[in-house]
Write a protein of this length. Structure first.
Lengths: 254, 301
């Protein structure tokens, strides 16, 4: 079996641009010439050289392996809750679920052993297997809340909603909880300062969103100078209390 | 002629070559090991590298002639490396490829894809890093666990000394009731219940002799024989004999207890003292000479 990788850049002067590398796999072979028949219940005849000429029938390593069904022992982020029977790729199941002891093979005993009891069903800790992923994305974010430089305003949930939509996250207004203090503007003291608002996911999980105020004018001459990659520049908190400082430190640690 | 050979009249059924279990120490190996040997070496393993034909007869493709089907397995090579990992029944195949009908056949080795992975044994309560193939992992999935894979498959299908050794360890562990899991009684009970069924097909002696190579089995047998008849030095043996003879002759020192011996020693010391005292006045030089022990450590001058 030979696989060929071509170099992506086209160079006509280069003569040998390919790398040939042998890929070894599990083989199912077949004899090209069958050996002569032997007496029943006797030893097979001595094989000759031509009986060692083989042809490839099948490569089991190239074949796509079917999914593996496992029963989860605990909640696994991005996979499922305790007692769920999930069908996942075999390598993922083996390396990430079975070997670490997060799941077991699907047998009747295991399904019965790990199904959720009534008490466990009542105390819901996770709304979905993928909620934690959303939380991770939101908490990693530094959202630019673009406000008007000329007209007076107060930051409201719909501002955050619009900013999130501009950043590619669609979030209903009811999920956004604003900080207690009112944020009014335009105020150049608040430019590039951060505050936190809370986003509730599936009415259960809470994620803290870091927002940074930026002033914008429709008149190009009035606009503030462009700051490239503003999210990489550390900024001050809008509410200078210790509590918020601690929070920012926590976020930075994350 | 039959009378002149060790096989006697059995020779009439054809000359029987002596096997490794007919001569030397091999003849003393227990039946338990021979059973394992038959399972390991004399059983035809499951077809891994070829597709066996199931019908008893088939038609010739060209002539349509009916002929019986005889599955002759492909000869496989078990490399030393295959015994250091678990290849799941795969092995190296040595043969030829006919790449072009008008060109000479080309020698070729078909070698399985090997990778290092981790397997988890519930019974041994251990994670083991080893060289495996994809087929091994697939079989572990099919059997629902590494322990099940080892215990369900025959020795000829495991095809690896490491796998056989681990299988013996697992069987021993199950026989002893999983001492590795003693700190977790519920888990231990569950494991014992799950794997109890595999113990039925082995006696304790068979478990002890399971999974050894021939050399290992011979070494184990030698160790057993040595432990049963330990070599006693002649010195000890003859001394015991002499004491026995002295006892029989009725000599008091031989049959006496420790106190008697001590008193006898005391008498000897007294005699020596008396002699030295007698010798002392005769020559002053003998005083220090008598202190020298000619058999003691050599004195440096």
């Amino acid at each position: 079996m030979l696989k060929t990788w071509c170099s992506s850049s086209i160079n006509l002067l280069k003569s040998a641009a390919t790398v040939q590398q042998q890929v070894r796999t599990t083989f199912v072979l077949k004899r090209k010439y069958d050996p002569l028949l032997h007496k029943t219940n006797a030893k097979p005849r001595k094989l000759r050289a031509k009986h060692f000429i083989y042809e490839l029938v099948e490569d089991t390593n190239v074949k796509r392996r079917p999914n593996l069904e496992v029963v989860l022992k605990t909640y696994v982020e991005g996979v499922g809750d305790k007692g769920d029977v999930v069908s996942v790729r075999p390598n993922f199941a083996y390396n990430k679920l079975l070997l670490p002891g997060l799941a077991v093979y699907k047998t009747d005993e295991n399904v019965a052993l790990y199904t959720k009891t009534e008490d466990e069903k009542k105390t819901v800790r996770h709304s979905s297997a993928f909620a934690q992923r959303t939380i991770n994305i939101i908490e990693r974010f530094s959202l630019a809340v673009v406000m008007n430089k000329d007209q007076p305003w107060v930051v409201e949930p719909w501002h955050i909603k619009a900013s999130l939509r501009k950043a590619g996250i669609h979030c209903p207004e009811e999920c956004i909880t604003m900080p207690e203090e009112r944020i009014e503007g335009p105020d150049m003291n608040k430019e590039a300062k951060e505050f936190y608002c809370t986003i509730t996911i599936n009415n259960l999980e809470k994620a803290r969103l870091r927002c940074r105020i930026h002033h914008w004018s429709t008149d190009p001459s009035e606009r503030l100078p462009y700051v490239p990659e503003f999210w990489k520049i550390p900024s001050e908190p809008l509410f200078g209390s210790e509590n918020s400082k601690e929070l920012t430190e926590k976020v930075e640690e994350k | 002629m039959a009378h002149a050979t060790s096989q006697g009249p059995q020779l009439l059924h054809g000359f029987k070559r002596l096997t490794r279990f007919d001569k030397g120490l091999g003849a003393q190996l227990p039946e338990a090991y021979k059973k394992f040997w038959r399972e390991w070496k004399l059983t035809t393993p499951a077809a891994v590298h070829y597709v066996p034909k199931t019908e008893p007869f088939e038609h010739d493709e060209v002539t349509g002639e009916v002929r019986p089907v005889q599955n002759v397995p492909l000869p496989l090579i078990d490399t030393p490396e295959s015994h250091e990992g678990i290849w799941g029944g795969e092995a190296v195949i040595k043969g030829f490829q006919k790449r072009h009908p008008q060109k000479r056949r080309v020698p070729h080795f078909w070698v399985p894809t090997l990778r290092r992975s981790v397997v988890h044994s519930q019974v041994l309560n251990a994670y083991i890093s080893m060289v495996v193939t994809d087929r091994t992992i697939d079989q572990i999935h099919d059997c629902h666990g590494f322990d099940h894979y080892l215990l369900k498959n025959l020795a000829c299908d495991l095809r690896s000394a490491l796998a056989l050794k681990l299988k013996r360890k697992i069987l021993m562990e199950l026989k002893d009731g999983c001492p590795n899991l003693s700190d977790n009684p519920s888990e231990r009970a569950r494991v014992l219940k799950e794997f109890k069924c595999y113990l039925d097909s082995y006696t304790p002696e068979e478990i002890e002799w399971y999974g050894h190579t021939y050399e290992e089995a011979i070494r184990k047998l030698q160790a057993q024989i040595r432990a049963e008849n330990p070599i006693v030095p002649h010195k000890v043996e003859f001394r015991m004999k002499l004491i026995e003879q002295l006892r029989n002759a009725g000599i008091s020192e031989a049959s006496g207890s420790h106190i008697n011996e001590k008193s006898a020693k005391g008498n000897d010391d007294a005699d020596i003292e008396r002699i030295t005292k007698l010798e002392a006045p005769s020559s002053p030089t003998s005083n220090w000479l008598s202190k020298i022990n000619p058999f003691g450590k050599k004195q440096e001058t």
